[in-house]
Design a protein around this ligand. Sequence first.
Ligand SMILES: Cc1ncc(COP(=O)(O)O)c(C=O)c1O
Length: 487
Amino acid sequence: MVSSYAITEYPNVSEIYAKAKNLLQIPPYHFKKSAMERYMDFFEQKCTKSKSLITEAKKYIPGGVQHNLAFNYPFPIVVEKAEGSYLYDIDGNQYIDFLQAGGPTLLGSNYKPVQEKIIDVIKECSPATGLFHEFELKLAKEINHCMPAVEMFRMLGSGTESDMAALRIARLATKKKKIIKSGGAYHGWSDQLVYGLHLPKTGRFEAHGIPASCSKHTQEVFPNNIDALERKLKLNRLRGGTAAVLLEPLGPESGTRPVSKEYNKQVRELCDKYDALLIFDEVVTAFRLGLGGAQGYFNVKPDLTVFGKIVAGGYPGAGGVGGRSDLISLLAAGVEGHTKRAYVGGTLSANPVSAAAGYYSIKEIEKTDAAIKAGKVGDRLTQGLQKIIDQYNLPFVAYNQGSICHLETVGTLFLHLNYLKILKILKEIKIRKQAMEEYGAAYMAEGMVTLAGSRLYTSMANTPEIIDEALGRFDRIFQNIETPKID
Ligand SMILES: Cc1ncc(COP(=O)(O)O)c(C=O)c1O
């Protein structure tokens, strides 16, 4: 039983929402013109190789980058080297890495003890043979050791696939169709889950190219509203029932809209009451909050758990679904298969590299106490940010759940869609998204990579000195902010 977790003090959720409400009532704070020019100058003068490569890439790759994380205003940077706390771009600029490949590199980038083991595996066995490798068993046993609710584990290639598999299992097991998710949560880009994406109440707003029938049985409820969830479950009971409630246990977008500490327990009780399965999407929280994941921290047992990138320690081919053995057994193939099988596939899933990388990364996280160390520096970073925010009397919102740190300067992710005021909200989203990109650019120009300018993951590689260096840079950045004129 894992007993230590990265969260030293659970954030005051009502205070966060009160501050967020205040942030949304004022226009975004922008940088002084001279400062913004300096930041843009950094990109023009110091990132010339990145600029020309990305310009070329735009001819061959849609948008110039292969996924959203790599997007950056005014243009993406091209990374050449990753080591510990730092990333280095092709022009030789060094950045403190608070993006961490979107979360998985809790041990720090390119962590040597894992890297060396993976090189041995490749030399010995090649990246893939199509047959079983012992590391698949080792990884499944290790996950079960950390999270006893994960009695069985099926490794897959991504978080997206793993969420899809979890829903398929839930529907087959319960013979019900409806899935309830938290509005605004991202669970990958499958047809049925591009629904209520990023902001609550957005429904099919981003479901371009997806027939309405695909998300016919997907529903969203407002995050952190237990009564709304019960209403939906009750209503669904009259319409064939709910197969599963799918949640990120910290709240949508890795806790950007945090839930109260009791919320997950209450959801568990409701799932039992209404006979629905509870699925935790722990793509970000597993191992990062502690070896026991969010389920260990909240002491809530989900029926199914979805894993993503961290389950291969940041190496490619990373995902999986685990949980109650009677449920996961529905995936069984071959002679032991059930007559009705939840069909999943993936030729390169659970290849020796991802399975070994996952196994050794989790072992190292355990050996080094990485989650706790990263959580401590997460506290240091957040407390330091709060001090600077107070010093300059800024309306920004900073809080953290261990090594997941949130810095909301414009509050875009606190918006939700209201169809009665749709034009006003859409305009607001656009304005705030642009401002958010400016903050991302300023952080980058000061040598810090963040997730979309509003989330910062810390790692075991971040020493207190590195965090203090980052805080110095934030101080410099926040000095350049102009108070908006409010009529
Ligand atoms: C909570 C959550 N679920 C699912 C996914 C999708 O994972 P992947 O990008 O591996 O498909 C992500 C990706 O960021 C995520 O954060």
